[in-house]
Design a protein around this ligand. Sequence first.
Ligand code: SF4
Length: 343
Amino acid sequence: MPRVPGVKGRLQNTPAPGPKRVLLAAPRGYCAGVDRAVVAVEKALERYGAPVYVRKQIVHNIHVVSMLEKSGAIFVDEVDEVPEGAHVVFSAHGVAPSVVQAAADRGLLAIDATCPLVTKVHREAVRFARDDYEILLIGHAGHEEVEGTAGEAPDHVTLVNGPADVERIQVRDPERVVWLSQTTLSVDETMETVRLLRERFPHLADPPSDDICYATQNRQVAIKKVAQQADLVIVVGSANSSNSVRLVEVAKEAGAKAAHRVDYADEIRQEWLDGVSSVGVTSGASVPEVLVQQVLDALAGAGYDDVEIVQTAEEDLRFSLPKELRRDENGRQDARALGGHER
Ligand code: SF4
């Protein structure tokens, strides 16, 4: 098993100004796209045997990556690191068409675990580029998802890094511009970026539907409600997980006195708990629940054993596995063909 640090008793039970409690956000943790991508790697390992190569981290969580590495997955940065003819899984964040082509040129057997909600944004980029729109893609430079989406229409995409970036944007034809976005941004900050873009380009067109996905939005709504009542918010998630990092920002903006991100429970510092009665807890969309449970155990050891769930939405979305993995070698539908429901 990968490292899940034992933490019981590490934090001290110090006095607090009021009754100690935990406010546990729901929804939190795995979204349908992450679940599908992780199951895809597991199924590929079962079906084809180790090693199975994965381009980039399958999802942005160090625990998940380490767990899959122990099962025989090999993570690479680019497809030219994969031996010819081997299986390669594309991560949930998606890939540019040039990557698909490079994999085909190497004779790789590719399994595309791109989240269908990222694929939706890719299709929008292709369609708007075909209609000769200039696409203002709101997102973070260097993020794999942004590289994949921009790669669908490199001549039509201009990256907008956030509100502060709007002033420098130049377009060919201000009457033919549309905005799209990365799926894991802060909803409020993105709407502010759009407002500023529209001030500069009044004819700015909107995407046909939200690009910031349901999971990102739901986790932000839940942590906002938690943060209004919490002295401290702990977000479980990795540093390169965009939606986890956004949850820390959203919690602070919503009124949490402090908010910190941890990968593991043993990163919680004793001093964070000084004078704290209510601790909010949530996790990013790529975080397995076992890591949240470890945080709850650590907090219980410090006297925060009264856990109240703050539920703002129910989620039951599931995505089918990539088509190569829906049936076994005998053609029978796999029990997890729909992904997610057993996890
Ligand atoms: S966070 Fe949203 S876009 Fe990303 S994998 Fe999950 S559901 Fe898909």
